[in-house]
Design a protein around this ligand. Structure first.
Ligand SMILES: Cc1ncc(COP(=O)(O)O)c(C=O)c1O
Length: 362
């Protein structure tokens, strides 16, 4: 038996007919870049996130960059972002022309530390970018208060948290704007690259719609500097089908997470990251900490288990970001986590036998 880190074959097998028909509709309508499927998905996803607007774009990274550009954040502006995240957050800030300001995370959850964010605010700060990492919503109250007090844009990176909720409210509606990725392995994944922004801000949404398509409101009249960042019709059609199943898949992920917690309790050298979400976590990843992790990943791979590390190198130690000038020993919590975290397989369709094999191999 093998247990890959992610296996989409169960859900894609079940939806084969529905997805096939949706793709055929796009082919028949000749609407491959933008078009009615994108508009329909945007309406459905905005409703799911409880926001007035959704703007479909080409990826999660584009969503993050375009939010900043549409808000006029660029040269001379600082954006506060955690170091325990995927590189896209820092890339998006730099691509927009602004400067990332890194902060550490909380040891028990791996999520951004609100006290560190408060300390990092300077006269140049324009935005805060909390990341709902691993599918767990950041406790937003302190950041909402901080951004209101200093007039900062609060941008949720919800790329790993489709359908997650904080005190009953969906992520995507907890700040001024949110970025989603529909990379295939996400809880809501396309069959290629895609992303979206959700927001209640009408002006921001209008500017995003222009910037994603070369700054046009009217074809060939380029009012803003934009680019090719549209969502594909085929991806929107696939996502429209899958969105109906998201809550059920997330519930399956939560059940698998509970079974892991129970089964791993007996292994002294393994501990689970804390879930503070009161049922709102959607477990994009199930992350444990392992004392003495060295060599474990290779041994799990040999046993046919697709474990991984999210992320082995925090942003302040990434070579592509060395120009920002951070020292390797800054952000001790993120450094400690990078040394001992491990993501074990979690996806809808993971069987009890597969879960048992992961636990016994650990
Ligand atoms: C936390 C986070 N932010 C941003 C992104 C970027 O999304 P994309 O790969 O769609 O550009 C990802 C995707 O892996 C992510 O996990």
């Amino acid at each position: 038996m093998r247990v890959p880190l992610v296996d989409l074959s169960t859900i894609h097998g079940e939806l084969d007919g529905e997805i096939g028909s949706a793709i055929r509709r796009v082919i028949e309508a000749n609407a491959f870049a933008g078009g009615p499927e994108v508009e329909a998905f945007e309406r459905k996803f905005a409703a799911a996130c409880g926001t007035r607007y959704c703007v479909g774009v080409s990826s999660g990274t584009a969503a993050l960059e375009l939010i900043l550009r549409a808000a006029g954040i660029g040269d001379g502006d600082e954006v506060i972002v955690p170091v325990n995240t995927f590189v896209a957050d820092a890339e998006a800030i730099l691509l927009a022309g602004a400067t990332p300001v890194f902060v550490d995370c909380i040891e028990s959850t791996g999520l951004v530390d609100p006290d560190a964010v408060a300390t990092a605010v300077s006269p140049a700060t324009s935005a805060i970018m909390p990341v709902h990492l691993y599918g767990q919503p950041v406790q937003m109250a302190a950041l909402q208060e901080l951004s209101a007090r200093h007039g900062l844009l609060l941008i949720e990176d919800a790329c790993q948290a489709h359908g997650a909720r904080l005190d009953g409210r969906p992520v995507g509606s907890l700040g001024d704007a949110a970025a989603f990725s529909f990379y295939p392995s996400k809880n809501l994944g396309a069959m290629g690259d895609a992303g979206a922004v959700t927001t209640d801000d009408e002006t921001l949404a209008a500017r995003l719609r222009m910037i994603r398509d070369h700054g046009c409101r009217e074809k060939y009249h380029h009012e803003l500097l934009g680019g090719t960042h549209r969502m594909d019709g085929i991806q929107a059609a696939v996502l429209g089908v899958k969105l109906e199943y998201l809550n059920g898949w997330n519930e399956q992920r939560r059940q698998i997470a509970s079974r892991y917690r129970l089964a791993l309790e007996s292994i002294g050298s393994v501990s689970c990251l804390e879930d503070l979400s009161n049922g709102g976590h959607v477990y994009h990843l199930f992350v444990v900490r392992v004392a003495g992790r060295a060599g474990l990943l290779d041994r799990l791979h040999e046993a046919g288990i697709g474990a991984a590390i999210h992320y082995p190198v925090p942003l302040h130690r990434q070579p592509s970001l060395a120009g920002l000038g951070y020292a390797a020993d800054q952000f001790p919590v993120a450094n400690r986590l990078a040394d001992d975290i491990l993501s074990v397989p979690i996806y809808p369709g993971l069987t009890d036998d597969q879960l048992e094999l992961v636990v016994s191999s650990l």
